[in-house]
Ligand binder design. Structure first.
Ligand SMILES: NC(=O)c1ccc[n+]([C@@H]2O[C@H](COP(=O)([O-])OP(=O)(O)OC[C@H]3O[C@@H](n4cnc5c(N)ncnc54)[C@H](OP(=O)(O)O)[C@@H]3O)[C@@H](O)[C@H]2O)c1
Length: 279
């Protein structure tokens, strides 16, 4: 009864998460934190991952179902070897995972000519190799059980390019390509591979983005402030899981339309992208 009411509150998502295990990276902030909350409200047991253990503990204590229903597994997506070790140990304790959400990530604000090469390595390590590493730990048990969903949060920047994001877009295009290939390989086992491409969503993504020298951008942007709420974004992610979708673009206005414009009018899109101010 309570599950049904909460389900209606999440605007039409009827996905059955009662006692399903949902492992979410980037659960200390923004989209990941909100998704953890919505999944717990729908009855899920949530595995919360990110670097900041104390923040994850605070998120866990607020989740529906109480502290003992959920797990905190701190990990750094930048260190794939250590991540695979600690995630493997945690998985042995947890048992099985129904939905893996590769959400943790970091953006970029810097022109190519000015950006340190280290920034590119970091973006690729966190956004792409971190996603590959955790998926390598979790996927074999999904294949063995012939069920599960791998959800990777790419970006509209994983479908189209724009100024200031050469490294970020590269890493997010890589996630889209990896997920397309993975889907082709594991659909025969009944495993969903959902790629999520958000446009502008109201989170700390711009504040935490890497600038040209690798320091935090440290300012928010009007595009992000006027974007979709994390709540609406997560409702759409849950609907896409429920509807067994392969890919979904989530954004309002131009940020949601950009991949379609690029697909059908690539010349126009590229001209507009070049004219747009780098700000
Ligand atoms: N907001 C948008 O407009 C937007 C648009 C398109 C795509 N996205 C994608 O959505 C995802 C979530 O971002 P958000 O918008 O929610 O931004 P956010 O508020 O900045 O959250 C980012 C999350 O990623 C975690 N993270 C960052 N570096 C990490 C690392 N090395 N190891 C482990 N975790 C790390 C952070 O946790 P810790 O700092 O505690 O580690 C935090 O929980 C990202 O993949 C982002 O690229 C966002």
């Amino acid at each position: 009864m309570m599950g049904a009411i909460l389900s209606r509150l999440t605007k039409g998502s009827n996905v059955n998460l009662e006692n399903k295990v949902v492992w979410i990276t980037g659960a200390s902030s923004g989209i990941g934190k909100e998704l953890a909350k919505q999944c717990a409200d729908l009855g899920a047991r949530v595995v919360l991952s990110a670097r900041r253990a104390e923040v994850l503990e605070a998120v866990r204590s607020e989740l529906t179902g109480g502290k003992n229903k959920h797990w905190v597994v701190p990990l750094d997506l930048e260190d794939a070897d250590k991540l695979m070790e600690s995630a493997t140990a945690a998985l042995a304790d947890i048992g099985s995972v129904d939905i893996l959400v590769n959400n943790g990530g970091i953006s970029q604000r810097g022109m190519f000519l000015e950006t340190d090469f280290d920034v590119y390595k970091r973006l690729m390590n966190v956004n792409y190799l971190g996603t590959v590493a955790l998926t390598k730990v979790i996927l074999p048990s999904m294949v063995a059980r012939r069920q599960g969903s791998v959800v990777s949060i790419s970006s509209v920047a994983g479908k189209v390019g724009s100024k200031l994001r050469t490294g970020y877009s590269g890493s997010k295009f890589a996630v889209v390509g990896m997920m397309d290939c993975l889907r082709a390989e594991v659909s025969e086992y009944g495993i969903q591979c959902l790629t999520v491409c958000p446009g502008f969503i109201q989170t700390d993504i711009a504040v935490n983005a890497l600038s040209a020298d690798g320091s935090a951008n440290a300012v928010n942007e009007s595009n992000i402030e006027q974007g979709l709420t994390a709540q609406e974004c997560c409702q759409q992610i849950l609907r896409a899981i429920e509807q067994n979708k392969d890919e979904v673009v989530i954004g309002k206005g131009l940020s949601g339309l950009a991949p379609t414009i690029k697909r059908f009018f690539p010349g126009l899109f590229n001209t507009l992208a070049a004219k747009r101010a780098a700000s």
